[in-house]
Design a protein around this ligand. Structure first.
Ligand code: HPA
Length: 257
């Protein structure tokens, strides 16, 4: 069984041994190729969010197909990674964070599988799986990289970076981090009763907090932090108990009207 899925940028395949490629069709269209391989005793799937050639911008990613495909191959827990800018002035480029809350500021994305009857309202009082967050945080202990263990991620539409006024607004709303791919992944995973948590790497200070933003800078920090990110995810996959004790697997119970 492939119980753990990873969604992120390229480079994370390095985690997996003995990889095979799986193609999955979904009612929402095809998902990118999924690599399945082993991490210790666990079989783990890796799905490149932006496609294998990184040619899908954040607002064009087929989030529903990605989540549905992982569900179909048996995944119960999703560990995501996101590049983010730091809004909170205590956060520095090169730091990591495992957010515990999210503000969805995206504009054009389909954010639900529950598009028709029965009308379904899922609880997001805890937007990220507490069990998976704890496993990631435990696995990051001893790391030399600074880890922020509670943060609010503001998800923006992209593909452009934000304006300074937008960042001042998000800061007033309580955002600590800003990124383009946090939503609707979190929501869709919960709707299919999968656990979801994300390991964010801070690649820059948000707009208006440094002179200018560059996609090259974001890529460079991502590459620099990759060994640390791989190590934390590997430890998490190896250490997390097989049986889930959180409520994510019952998310649709008592949700329908
Ligand atoms: N804003 C949005 N997305 C990002 C940023 C940012 O500053 N940095 C990396 N991804």
């Amino acid at each position: 069984m492939t119980r753990i899925g990873i969604i992120g940028g390229s480079g994370l395949e390095a985690l997996l041994k003995g990889t095979r490629i799986v193609r999955v069709g979904t009612p929402y269209g095809p998902a990118p190729w999924i690599s399945v391989g082993s991490v210790g005793k666990e079989e783990v799937a890796f799905l490149p969010r932006h496609g294998p050639k990184h040619d899908l911008p954040p607002h064009k990613v087929n989030y529903r197909a990605n989540i549905h495909a992982l569900k179909q191959i048996g995944v119960e827990r999703i560990i995501a990674t996101n590049a983010v800018g730091g809004i909170n002035s205590e956060y520095n480029p090169g730091d990591l964070s495992i957010p515990d809350d999210i503000i969805d500021m995206t504009k054009s994305r389909t954010t639900t599988f529950f598009d028709s009857s029965p009308v379904t309202h899922i609880d997001f009082s805890q937007p990220y799986c507490p069990e998976l967050r704890k496993a990631l945080l435990d696995s990051s202990k001893g790391s030399k990289v600074k880890m922020w263990n509670t943060s609010v991620l503001a998800a923006t539409e992209g593909p452009r970076y934000e304006t300074p006024a937008e960042i001042r607004m998000l800061e007033k709303l309580g955002g600590d981090l800003v990124g383009m791919t946090g939503a609707p992944e979190t929501f869709l995973a919960r709707e299919l009763e999968m656990c979801y948590a994300t390991l964010c790497f801070i690649s820059n200070r948000a707009a208006g907090k440094q002179a200018k933003l560059s996609a090259v800078e974001v890529m460079d920090i991502g590459k620099r932090l990759m060994p640390e990110i791989v190590a934390i995810i590997r430890k998490t996959a190896e250490s997390i108990p097989v049986k889930r004790t959180c409520n994510c697997g019952r998310a649709t119970h008592e949700a329908q009207v």
